[in-house]
Ligand binder design. Structure first.
Ligand SMILES: Cc1ncc(COP(=O)(O)O)c(C=O)c1O
Length: 373
């Protein structure tokens, strides 16, 4: 991976153990394996991959995903769309309702420089987008979002086809290309999510039949989360948007993934051992984020090499850990932590250190951090 060494001269070539803490590291071998595994799966099954860039928010990892065969990138926000399109990393799929004139104007500019797809679930969002695109003489494809169980955004199949018809009647700018969904309610090991994936397939099948009956184009069916990624070929999905899979985290480290696949690590230091039975690390909520554990786990992160330690509570600067009696942990010791949630953790940092074999190779700037518009 080509990573910037600008401003990082003092750390490049050094051991991870020498990085000032707290620091975020990305193991390039793990990252590469995660990206390749999903890319191979998608290629084997003829599925288009549009990785969600929200997880890493960097140009370097997005470029690796595209080089591995991803057809494009998914983003949530119009500012993110602009950043990745300007970097030449499109096509771009915006999978979040873009509401309000500044976002419409930005997306019209994006459509002029990269193939653009917009997932929509309301005519109120779609109409100004279509008008803006049409007025600028550009086009974007629209995917009508179906709610497959998360109950966050998306329509039931009958309303989805109604919206598709309404968009077709707008006179251009937005062209309906199919459907999308986000099965984010399905989390856990592969065998536990499998029945839910079948239910998602049934709902998508219903929506597809309605699109066919109405004569509306639906050759793109977008879906796919990290937890359901390797079951996607059993669904009508034609393209996938996993995000977390590239870095992985403690929440997603269940079959078919494991803790060892987690490319993102937080490098921390023990800063206090004053309270009996406790240790304090320098990776509080400003570093790890406040993301709690998934069901069945405890604590605010895992420290696989320090099984005697559990991160029980977070203050902004302090990770307050329970440690077994007799632990030899002492002030100044280094601890490597796997965060509960990669996306929220990365979002708190300006840069990630790219590491291979325990040696720092470069720095990746979290360029899309703060791009919330
Ligand atoms: C709409 C949408 N698609 C795809 C993803 C990626 O999901 P995951 O991180 O589970 O792979 C997300 C994540 O929040 C999302 O909101």
């Amino acid at each position: 991976v080509s990573v910037s060494t600008a401003g990082a001269e003092t750390s490049v070539g050094r051991s991870v153990a020498e990085l000032e803490t707290p620091a975020l590291t990305i193991d390039l071998d793990r990252l590469g394996a995660n990206i390749a595994r999903a890319a191979d799966y998608a290629a084997d099954h003829g599925l288009g991959l549009y990785p969600h860039a929200k997880t890493h928010k960097t140009l370097e990892i997005a470029a690796l995903q595209r080089q591995a065969g991803a057809r494009g990138l998914t983003v949530a926000k119009s500012r993110e769309a602009e950043i990745y399109a300007e970097a030449g990393l499109g096509p771009i799929l915006v999978h979040y309702p873009p509401v309000g004139p500044p976002k419409v104007e930005r997306l019209v500019r994006v459509a002029a420089i990269a193939p653009l797809t917009l997932a929509v679930d309301s005519i109120e969002a779609a109409e100004p987008l279509a008008a803006g695109l049409r007025g600028a003489g550009v086009e974007a494809e629209a995917l009508i979002e179906v709610d497959v169980g998360l109950h966050r955004t998306g329509l039931d199949p009958a309303r989805a086809v109604d919206l598709a018809r309404q968009i077709e009647g707008l006179g251009g700018g937005l062209r309906v290309a199919g459907l999308s969904c986000y099965p984010g309610h399905l989390r856990g090991p592969r065998d536990e999510v499998a029945p839910g994936v079948e239910a998602v397939s049934d709902l998508l099948g219903d929506a597809i039949a309605r699109f066919d009956a109405a004569g509306i184009r639906r050759d793109r069916v977008s879906g796919g989360s990290t937890a359901t990624l390797f079951l996607s070929h059993l669904t009508p999905m034609t393209e996938l948007r996993p995000g977390n899979y590239a870095l992985l985290d403690r929440a997603e480290a269940v079959d078919p993934f494991s803790v060892d696949d987690c490319a993102l690590r937080v490098q921390a230091t023990v800063v206090s051992r004053s309270v009996p039975g406790r240790a304090v690390l320098d990776c509080g909520s400003k570093t790890l984020s406040e993301a709690g554990p998934r069901a069945g786990l405890a604590g605010y992160g895992a420290a696989p090499a320090r099984p005697e330690l559990e991160i029980e509570a977070l203050n902004e600067e302090h990770a307050i850990c329970r440690v077994d009696a007799g632990s030899a942990l002492t002030v100044g010791d280094r601890v490597e932590v796997i965060p509960n949630h990669a996306c929220t953790c990365v979002n708190l940092h300006d840069s990630l250190w790219a590491v291979r074999g325990g040696v720092v190779e470069g720095e990746m700037r979290v360029v899309a951090r703060g791009a919330v518009g």
